[in-house]
Design a protein around this ligand. Sequence first.
Ligand code: SAH
Ligand code: SF4
Ligand code: F3S
Length: 482
Amino acid sequence: MNQMRQQITEKLGGRQETLRQLYFTEKAGEYVRALSSRLGRKPTCCVTTFGCQMNARDSEKLSGILERAGYELTDDEGADFVIYNTCTVRDNANQRVYGRLGHLGSLKKKNPDKRVALCGCMMQEPSVIEKIRKSYGFVDLIFGTHNIYKFAELLVLMFESDQTVIDIWEETDQIVEELPAERKYSFKSGINIMFGCNNFCSYCIVPYVRGRERSRNPEDIVREIEALARDGVVEVMLLGQNVNSYGKNLDSPMSFAQLLLAIEKIEGIQRIRFMTSHPKDLSDELIEVMKNSKKICRHLHLPLQSGSTRILERMNRRYTKEQYLSLVDKIRNRIPDISITTDIIVGFPGETPEDVDETIDVVRRVKFDNAFTFIYSRRTGTPAAAMEQVAPETVREGFDRLLKAVQDTAKERAALLNGQVLDALAEEVNEQDPSMLNGRLSNNMIVHFKGGRELVGRILPVRLTQCCGFYYTGELAGKEHE
Ligand code: SAH
Ligand code: SF4
Ligand code: F3S
């Protein structure tokens, strides 16, 4: 009974917060209208995203609120309001933000009405805030990952203040539902199913900037996807740092596989994807649900990070080389046409060329369909930052060897599809050749084929005629699936 009461209170709290934020969106709209009459045109805004798909989804929410407040969305950073949704997973992500901020500063000098805001993972680091205050004083609004749902309210504060508005929270347990979002694609959408991460891989800053793991209620997720389906969405991507541990901390716990079964039933949704799977939590139940599903895509992103058990242990990944290999064997046996992609880090503290050999051995045995390879980046505050670092030349050498192995196996895997007819979701008109469309296969591979703009958003059978390394060119084959 008590638990139920608590759930109801949480729900009411969330609903009240949604209403509050809709009120502030209206209020922000008053300031935008005033600006509009002063400028004699509709003010523009630009949302720039760094980082992962979770940030991309957050940016759609930022855009939704800005549009509701009366801004016109544009990709041009000359806009009247510019917001950077930042990432701090590797240092080069941070450096890109600083580089581009300088340019924003000079644009702002030319346009005194221009407002600049920063949010996202980088803002959760106190050293970053200090640097921005010191070197980029022109920034008008700064907030973090935990209070992004308060964006409308913070916008109002920004309009009412002549100083930088800074609001950073260390944690939150709030999940605010049903705020407007402006989707980038009309026919596909990301959906957060959980927030945060509890894994604390020793190199990774995400648990520090995104907080503890929290799963959304399945009813809220299903309701959101039903609404998307009514709005024409055919493909959903379920997002979380470790989707395999979805639901463990809900009041009525449920597994990720069970959530997938519920989503599979939603009419109109034709494809279901998800990211990211942690190998330590991937269950047999999930493999069975994927195998029997008509909608779940034949693609699994399963980050390896390293193929050396010694390094995996230091990374706190909680699986061994052998466990990873036997997991992949099990998956490929049950679902032979699945494509497996991965993430690998080179240069983790203490890594030797022999450890890289172990990683290359896994790459050759698994034959990944694709792999993102990263050079280790030291993140302040993580356990690995205090370990002895590898010399840059050694890292470079290991990275080049690994990249070659990854490219070889990816090409080998891609070539296997030659001549097949597979369903592709037409995603956009090809930029280089507007008579062509870019499509995505269930296994996540890209295929370019001739077709008109009117086919964008449809799932069509395409014959793969030519393998061009990591993608295909093909042609429409037969009647499309309705
Ligand atoms: N939660 C996801 C990954 C999120 S970050 C998972 O566990 O798979 C995406 C990728 O960035 C990671 O898989 C890892 O390969 C890489 N990464 C994370 N921290 C890094 C660091 N400090 N240096 C280099 N790469 C890193
Ligand atoms: Fe980072 Fe590990 Fe969490 Fe992924 S699972 S976000 S790599 S700590
Ligand atoms: Fe980057 Fe934050 Fe995603 S650090 S990778 S944007 S969770």
